[in-house]
Structures are given as C-alpha cells and as structure tokens.
Design a protein around this ligand. Structure first.
Ligand code: ADP
Ligand code: GLC
Length: 499
C-alpha cells in the first residue's frame, strides 16, 4: 500500500517527544512489510539540515495562503523512507521548538501554520506530487494534522484516513474567529466537525472526521472514553467507539540497543550483563554522584510537565534520600519544575544528579546506567522510556495507566513464580505512593540478588520492536482501504451558527 504519514515531528529531523520516535521508526517498519510510506513534515530549519538529498519537487497554490508553498523531497536519514518537506518559510523557518516560542508560549500563528501544513498534505493526498504518487491511505498524528481528515472528508473521491491520538491533552484549540480567518469550508463548523464549545479544535476535526481513530495503547483507548481522561471529548470518542482502537507503540531497536549503542561506556546484553555496572559507575561520575554499586540508582528522563507526575517525585525527595538511593534526572519543560529540580540538586548534591535540557546521548547513558526507571505519569498514552528501560535491563517502575499498564508486568507471587514479571507497577496518586514503590524497589535490590536479576532478565527478553505493532497497523490499513468511508461522525449533522 501507499501510505502518506503526516506528522509535525520525526526523529532524527526534529523531536520534542515520543511522537518523533514513532514517526521516525514506524514508517521504516511498514516499508519492511512491503509498503511505500512517505512522510510529510513541515520544513523546519533543523529538518532541512538533517534530511538527505533534499531537492525541490513542486509548488502548491493552496487556498487562503498568500504565497505558493514549496514541496521539497528528501530522505529520512538511515532509512529508505521518502520525505515531503512542506516549505513555507513564513510559517516554519524558525529555530527552536516547533510549537513554542523561546519564552515557552505557543507561537501566536500556530493555527495558520498547521492549517497550511494540513492543506499541503491534502494536496499531496490528492496526487499533487510530480511523479503522480497517490496514497491509498493518509495516516495523521495528533492535533497538528487534525484538519487533514476534516478537509478530505469533504471530497467524494479520496484516500482512506486514520487519525492517531498520541496525546489527547494537546488539542489545537483556537478562538472561533480563527475558523473564518483560515477560510475553512463552512460545513465544518458543526458539532460533528471542528467546533468544540464555540472554539475551533483541530484535534476534534481528526477525531470526528477520520475513517478510523487509533491511540498508542489499548488501555489509553479505553481511558479516553471516560471523563477523567477525555478532556470533554469522551462523548464523541464513545460515539466513535466502533472506529476507535489502540495499538501499542513499538520501539526503534537499532537506535536503542545496549549491545551496539555508541553513547555507552560499555556495551552489554543479556549474556554480558555484568558490564552494565560500568555504565552505572560512569553515570554516577558524569552526574557528580558518589560511585557506589550498592546504592539504588533511579532514573527519570522526560518532559517536565504535569502529565509526567515529576512533581510527585520532587515532593518526596527529602524522605527518599534518607535511604541509600540516588536519582538521575534529565528533562526540560515547565519553568517552575525546572527551578525546583535545580534547587533540590543544590540541596542533595550526593543523591540527586540533575540535568535540565535536552541531551540524546545522556538519555541513552541514563537508560544504561540506572537500576530502575521511575514513571509516575498521571496519564501516559504509551510511553517509550519504559520500553527502552526493559531493553536496557533497568527495571521500570510505572503508574498503572495507559501504555505503562500494557507493557509492564508487575512483580507479585504468581509472576515471580512463572518468570513473567518485568517491573513494578503502582497507583501514583500521591508522593507517598512514589515513596512506597521506591522503597519496594530498594528492598528488592538489596535482597536476594537472584530475584532482582530474574526481573531484569525477563524484562530484557521482551520484544517491543516494531514488527508486531507495524503488523497490526497493516491489518488496520487493509480494513480501511476496503471499507466504505466513514463520512462525519454523527448523522444527521447539527449545524452550529457560523462564527
Ligand atoms: P512524551 O512523548 O510524552 O514526551 P515518551 O515516553 O513517549 O513521552 O517519549 C519521550 C521521548 O523523548 C523519549 O525518547 C525520551 O528519551 C525523550 N526525551 C524526553 N526528554 C528528553 C531530554 N530532556 N533529553 C533527551 N531525551 C528526552
Ligand atoms: C505522546 C505520549 C506518549 C507516547 C508518545 C508517542 O507524546 O505522551 O505517551 O509514547 O506520544 O506515541
């Protein structure tokens, strides 16, 4: 099948989080299954620098865009995946974060930026590329691509559409007057289109209008149908339940492989596990912590935002550090959380090694050097670090939610007995819960070594490489190609007054 995979980030071209990891590796896995996947991505400066063989492909004259938009073609590094880079300098020629200004606020023209991107994707979906390539299916990801299924649903002839939700909490919500400014088809201003409580919601466009909606784990697919996780969209998601499913993310097993990882002090695998200890010592040195094999070294890598429950960790440091525990933190995000972490690392220099910022190499060294990886996320659509941790023999400690619940098997009597346990799971409601589970890990680590290594080795033997998940996507793509288009979500349509 020909698949147009549209995304606002893809590793190694540009990355703010797990979407980039997925977009940078799922297309390769799908190509290995015999498809031709092409990625459409905004031509950010970083992406232009890193893409291979970039050349001009075509000019697009899009509705409501003053200048023609250029489409450049290229290749994703270390892959056979073709790229369409949507080059609209007024919208994308900006350094730094693709969504946020240097002061952390959203770019004020995000609606225009991603509407332009979406319109260019629609043109490519309709065969605008010079070589006449046409997709059978357009696979969209997150709110930045939400207008694509909405615009395509207006056409009689079109490819099938799949909209994947990586995170429902980012919705692309804009004031109502943005709708007319963008010149979107009036019929889309409806409760079964992009209108959401008199605001324009890009995310809702994707959910309401795609032929199928998927999320990145089966548990998250169920959770978002409830008020606690649904952000007001739970009604619509319940309504679309027969066209909503979850496929757990895979991971890039060549980039994340302790046997070959170039970032590590010593490479290792399940047969040479004793070498992991060198990585622990090296990490302790790198972070200025005392080198001590007996101290339990816990890690955290991630965006510093409310979703991740990092505040629960900070709240418990004082009590946690009464015990022989060290913590390695790498992250950036919310300024107040960054400040609290910096203060704590001044206060506990022998137990907290923290780096604020983004550092791909250090993220790998943390995965290899720690004993456990802590994820008290309040919600986690999938989560990738628990998958990396399993492969690196670092025991994941995770809140029982979303993809965390779907990928980590808790240690209890039964799972210890039959060698299925891969980590520790808990209900992360309060700092006390975090303290309790860390102490549980400490007891295990300092107890009979055989139990600890059993857990580590079972984890390392799990296979979360892409093949399994990519095969599930293939099955879904096939069903969508042969199905009748879904049209819009509800019938009969209930029109809202135009803004
Ligand atoms: P999310 O997409 O919600 O941020 P995921 O667990 O799916 O969470 O993916 C996060 C990805 O980003 C992982 O590959 C993680 O290693 C990486 N990452 C997050 N913060 C940093 C950082 N400060 N430095 C390096 N890598 C980071
Ligand atoms: C999102 C989610 C994360 C998921 C990632 C990739 O950013 O927060 O849980 O792993 O997307 O799908």
């Amino acid at each position: 099948m020909n698949i147009l995979y549209c995304t606002s980030e893809a590793y190694p071209l540009i990355k703010t989080g797990g979407l980039a990891d997925v977009a940078g590796s799922l297309p390769t896995a799908l190509n290995h299954l015999g498809n031709e996947v092409r990625i459409a991505l905004p031509a950010y400066p970083q992406a232009l620098e890193r893409a291979i063989n970039v050349k001009h492909l075509t000019s697009l004259h899009l509705d409501h865009t003053a200048q023609p938009v250029q489409v450049l073609e290229g290749r994703l590094p270390d892959s056979d995946v073709s790229l369409y880079l949507i080059d609209s300098p007024a919208h994308f020629a900006r350094d730094g974060n693709p969504y946020l200004q240097p002061d952390g606020r959203e770019w004020p023209d995000n609606a225009e930026r991603f509407a332009t991107f979406g319109r260019a994707v629609v043109a490519l979906a309709n065969g605008a590329s010079e070589d006449g390539w046409r997709p059978d299916l357009v696979h969209c990801n997150d709110w930045q691509t939400g207008l694509v299924p909405a615009l395509l649903a207006q056409q009689a002839q079109r490819p099938a559409t799949l909209f994947t939700i990586h995170n429902l909490s980012y919705q692309g919500l804009f004031p109502a007057d943005t709708f007319s400014r963008l010149g979107l088809p009036p019929s889309l201003w409806s409760i079964d289109g992009v209108e959401f409580y008199n605001q324009l919601s890009f995310l809702k466009g994707g959910i309401a209008c795609a032929d199928h909606v998927s999320t990145v784990s089966p548990t998250y697919a169920r959770e978002i149908c409830t008020p606690r996780f649904g952000y007001g969209l739970e009604g619509l998601l319940q309504h679309r339940a027969d066209r909503l499913s979850g496929i757990l993310n895979g991971m890039d097993c060549s980039a994340w492989n302790p046997r070959t990882d170039p970032h590590l002090e010593q490479n290792y695998d399940v047969h040479r596990l004793q070498r992991k200890a060198f990585n622990k010592a090296a990490l302790q040195r790198e972070l200025g912590l005392p080198v001590d094999a007996q101290t339990l070294l816990i890690g955290y890598v991630g965006r510093l935002v409310d979703q991740k429950g990092i505040d629960l960790i900070i709240d418990v440091l004082e009590r946690l550090f009464h015990h022989p525990v060290q913590l390695a933190i790498l992250g950036s995000g919310d300024a107040a959380l960054e400040r609290r972490i910096a203060q704590a690392s001044d206060r506990f220099p022998k137990q907290l090694g923290a780096r604020i910022g983004y550092d791909e190499g250090l993220a790998h060294r943390i995965e290899a050097g720690i004993d456990c990886f802590l994820m008290p996320s309040r919600f986690e659509p999938c989560g990738l670090n628990q998958l990396y941790s399993l492969r690196y023999g670092s025991v994941p400690i995770v809140n029982r939610t979303g993809g965390l619940a779907d990928s980590v098997i808790d240690l209890d009597d039964a799972s210890a007995q039959d060698y299925t346990a891969t980590g520790l799971t808990f209900d992360a409601e309060t700092p006390d819960d975090v303290l309790e589970v860390c102490l549980r890990a400490l007891r295990l680590y300092r107890g009979a070594k055989v139990d600890w290594w059993k857990l580590v080795i079972t984890g390392m033997k799990q296979d979360f490489c892409w093949l399994n998940s990519a095969t599930q996507y293939m099955e879904l793509y096939r069903q969508l190609r042969s199905a009748e288009p879904a049209g819009t979500a509800t019938t009969p349509p209930q029109k809202a007054a135009l803004p």
